[in-house]
Design a protein around this ligand. Sequence first.
Ligand SMILES: [Zn+2]
Length: 76
Amino acid sequence: MADLLRTWSVLPLVLASWRVQTQPMMLIHCPSLGDELIPPRRIHSLTNTDHGILMRINCYCGRRHVVRTGRRAQAL
Ligand SMILES: [Zn+2]
């Protein structure tokens, strides 16, 4: 019984923690809180415009901020 050799093993709690830490985040600037890391689930809407993508984000401060992003926004 004690001679079983395991080459690799991960506990379920360790794997769940790894998934939480690897989700993509965006850095925005909030006028109230300063720089904030925002997960994608806080995106309210995306709108394509001639001057970039307008991303409306439900911020942790309770307000909705608009962030301009994308290739066309960087050209301004
Ligand atoms: Zn905010």
